[in-house]
Design a protein around this ligand. Structure first.
Ligand code: NAD
Ligand code: UGA
Length: 463
């Protein structure tokens, strides 16, 4: 089937950018992105493309080009489902916070609601594409709902996981390493797979489009995230050993990364990985393995999370210890709050947990982040439920620029690797601080020698 109308349920960090790129590259396809969240849709429709809800380099230009031409954002989910031949499900799949599997399993309630809505509305055959990251064998549940509650029409379920990383979403979507499409091995399944292959073939070469069975595709997504996160936990584990032995983790990473079997990427030691997916997807993997009785497999992957939690806590402990074992009433400046540079996303950002630890020690935190609003930071703190909103408001001050945030601080902690942090007048910042002035570089982005020559006491990760 030649696809001319696509609907995507979920206008978030994946649905928005992915559909914007499909619309840009396929002007002959009408793409409608729908969401229950009225504010989010209103923001996507903001006449000023600079004000769209997600910050990603290059995204506003693509939205400006395609929006109103063949890219539409709407809250009318039923209508978009009814019109489309192909429906992407791109809703959130967070860790369950209740019941069986609490704290580990993926919460599939939003996925099930989508499946039920598609079943209710669809009057013609549809291809349903899992874009969200899902536990292996979720397609079975979706198929069962569609077939048992639908109007007798035929559904084909495809798995098409998304591998974009935030901050580089547009380049990742334009030049993907691969596109993965899983489907049934029946003639109808193969026809559905081909329909989706033809959509991507508008800009991705066919030898980068990999087709598999549904279960391999679903599990490959969890596996990819687990392997990436494992590399970070591995290098972070080494960073602690480096600090004890006089080795330098940056040098170690460079030395091992030049081995072509290991490769240089994802070897940057840090305060710990954040983001909405690594932790949730590994916990999900751990839960799935456990539910099949594979205890060794589940323990193996759980260690990646245990190491990451340790790394975040180790960073805040180091600040307290270095500041003479007390940070009570001391001002600690945070540069960065986003979970990585070039995004306004703060989900699971290490900054939140480090701030929480330090506020428990009665520190005063002053934050500057180029893209994250004060309200977002405060709501991240409130979400932890460690203390009241009023207490968070008193302990966390947000500034419009780094120089103000660092003024009169006892220490600076770098929590996000924003490029602009490397361009500052660090002498000016040093002069405005309490002495001795400490820097805890949780991203190893600053020039230690230069800062030490100014007078800073510099602490990187793993050196
Ligand atoms: P998100 O929270 O930013 O967006 C999800 C959107 O779905 C929300 O706006 C929500 O209102 C909407 N939604 C939920 N239920 C709905 C329903 N029944 N009808 C209409 N709208 C509904 O999430 P995200 O970051 O875009 O992630 C979506 C999925 O993609 C997750 O499974 C995630 O694991 C996966 N993923 C995310 C990334 C990433 O970089 N964020 C990358 C790859 C994969
Ligand atoms: C990650 C994967 O890279 C994507 O392929 C995947 O699609 C996505 O998860 C997802 O499923 O959501 P993302 O979380 O957006 O993407 O960003 P990453 O670049 O992977 O960074 C994740 C975290 O690890 C960040 O906090 C980053 O600072 C940290 N990190 C990354 C390190 O500490 N060291 C590194 O070497 C690399």
């Amino acid at each position: 089937m030649k696809i001319t109308k696509i609907c995507c349920i979920g206008a978030g960090y994946v649905g928005g950018p992915t559909m914007a790129v499909i619309a840009q590259k396929c002007p002959h396809i009408q793409v409608t992105v729908v969401d229950l969240n009225e504010q989010r849709i209103a923001d996507w429709n903001n006449p000023d493309p600079e004000k769209i809800p997600i910050y990603e380099p290059g995204l506003s230009e693509i939205v400006a080009e395609a929006r109103g031409r063949n890219l539409f954002f709407s809250t009318d989910v039923d209508n978009a489902i009814d019109e489309a031949q192909m429906i992407f499900i791109s809703v959130n799949t967070p860790t369950k916070t209740y019941g069986k599997g609490k704290g580990m399993a993926a919460d599939l309630k939003y996925i099930e609601l989508c499946a039920r809505q598609i079943a209710r509305v669809a009057k013609q055959n549809k291809i349903v594409v899992e874009k969200s990251t899902l536990p292996v064998r979720t397609a079975e549940a979706i198929k069962s709902i569609l077939d048992n509650t639908g109007n007798g029409v035929q559904f084909q379920i495809l798995s098409n996981p998304e591998f974009l990383a935030e901050g580089t979403a547009v380049t990742d979507l334009l030049n993907p390493d691969r596109i993965l499409i899983g489907g049934d091995t029946t003639p109808e399944g193969e026809e559905a797979i081909n329909s989706l292959v033809e959509v991507y073939a508008n800009w991705v070469s066919k030898n980068q489009i990999l087709t598999t069975n549904v279960w391999s595709s679903e599990l490959s997504k969890l596996t990819a995230n687990a392997f990436l996160a494992q590399r970070i936990s591995s290098i972070n584990a080494m960073s602690e050993l480096c600090e004890k032995t006089g080795a330098d983790v940056n040098e170690v990473a460079k030395a091992i990364g030049m081995d072509s079997r290991i490769g240089p990427k994802f070897l940057k030691a840090s305060v710990g990985f954040g983001g909405s997916c690594f932790q949730k997807d590994i916990l999900n993997l751990v839960y799935i393995a456990k539910s099949y009785g594979l205890d060794e497999v589940s323990d193996y992957w759980e260690q990646v999370i245990i190491m990451n939690d340790h790394q975040k806590r180790r960073f805040s402990n180091k600040i307290v210890q270095t500041l003479y074992n007390t940070v009570a009433d001391k001002k600690i400046a945070f540069l960065g709050w986003a979970f990585k540079k070039d995004t306004n996303d703060t989900r699971e950002s290490a900054a939140i947990y480090v701030a929480d630890d330090l506020i428990n020690e009665q520190a005063k935190i002053s934050v500057y982040d180029p893209k994250v609003s004060k309200n977002k930071m405060l709501s991240d703190m409130d979400y932890l439920e460690t203390r009241t909103k009023e207490e968070n408001l008193k302990s966390l001050n947000v500034f419009e620029n780094a120089y103000e945030a660092c003024k009169d601080a006892h220490a600076i902690a770098i929590l996000t690797e924003w490029d602009e942090f490397t361009t500052y007048d660090w002498k000016k910042i040093y002069d405005s601080m309490h002495k001795p002035a400490f820097i805890f570089d949780g991203r190893n982005i600053l020039d230690a020698k230069q800062l030490e020559s100014i007078g800073f006491v510099y602490n990187g990760i793993g050196s």
